[in-house]
Write a protein that binds this ligand. Structure first.
Ligand SMILES: Nc1ncnc2c1ncn2[C@@H]1O[C@H](COP(=O)(O)OP(=O)(O)O)[C@@H](O)[C@H]1O
Ligand SMILES: [Mg+2]
Length: 250
């Protein structure tokens, strides 16, 4: 059974249909990369999966449990919060809390969720995650004391701290200077090697091909092509995918 089954997801903004029926599966331990031009609906798809937007139609099923059904959307805030815990989202802009240290950024949400439970365990886990991100000497730094690449690695640790079933990245390196991109990609590559289940929206084509098991090419709100990441990026079947990939190579 796939860990995630997305079926015929549709989303409109006013009169524009931005997602026109998105369907795909993700297996536990797999990474899938999503590529496509600006405006093709990639961010909207991730936001619908994280329940930051409510899709209009379709279903989202995690571990066999239907979390979302467009026919009867959940509006209860507590329910939505619980649904969100299945997904972690790392944004393009790191969105760290400026008034908290790296470690506090990572532990804040789990401490709130635990309501005074295993505080020591949560802090231990936060330290372990920051260590895994190569930030063991940066735990007490505030975001403004960190480089963009370091901030993004804190954001990844923060997303992992809530132990999501599926970790989503929305162009995690596109706000970074080129020399800082590598350190963030390396961390995501390590997560893939550890079989973290991930959805990665990225413009880094070689990365999308080498790190992900599967790839999706989105165009105008539909999945135009999906399959093995290597096959799709090295040898696309659709003319439109070829155009997109060769445009990038220019
Ligand atoms: N909140 C919104 N309100 C209206 N239109 C939106 C909103 N968010 C995104 N869109 C539109 O949806 C389309 C897809 O956007 P987006 O999902 O951000 O694409 P991508 O991430 O692939 O660049 C774009 O045409 C964008 O202008
Ligand atoms: Mg986007």
């Amino acid at each position: 059974m796939p860990i995630l089954e997305v079926r015929d997801l549709k989303k409109n903004f006013e009169n524009t249909q931005v997602l026109k029926g998105i369907s795909f599966d993700l297996e536990e331990g797999e990474a899938i990369s999503i590529i496509g031009s600006s405006g093709s609906g990639k961010t909207t798809l991730l936001r619908c999966l994280n329940f930051l937007e409510t899709a209009d139609e379709g279903t989202i099923t995690v571990r066999g449990k239907k979390l979302f059904d467009g026919a009867k959307p959940v509006t209860n805030q507590d329910e939505l919060r619980k649904m969100r815990l299945h997904f972690g989202l790392v944004f393009q802009q790191f969105n760290l809390f400026p008034q908290y240290t790296a470690l506090e950024n990572v532990t804040l949400a789990p401490l709130l969720a635990a309501e005074g439970g295993d505080k020591a365990g949560i802090i231990e886990n936060g330290k372990r995650l920051l260590d895994q991100m190569g930030l063991s000497d940066r735990m007490d730094n505030y975001p403004h004391q960190l480089s963009g690449g370091q901030q993004q690695r804190v954001a990844i640790a923060r997303a992992l701290a809530l132990k999501p079933d599926i970790l989503c990245f929305d162009e995690p390196t596109s706000a970074l200077d080129p020399e800082l991109t590598g350190e963030v990609l390396k961390v995501i590559r390590n997560l893939a090697e550890k079989k973290t289940t991930m959805i990665i929206v990225t413009h880094e084509m070689a990365f999308a091909r080498d790190v992900a098991d599967k790839a999706i090419f989105m165009d105008g709100g539909v999945i135009l092509e999906q399959g093995s990441a290597k096959e799709l990026i090295n040898n696309p079947k659709e003319e439109r995918t070829r155009q997109f990939l060769s445009g990038l190579a220019k």
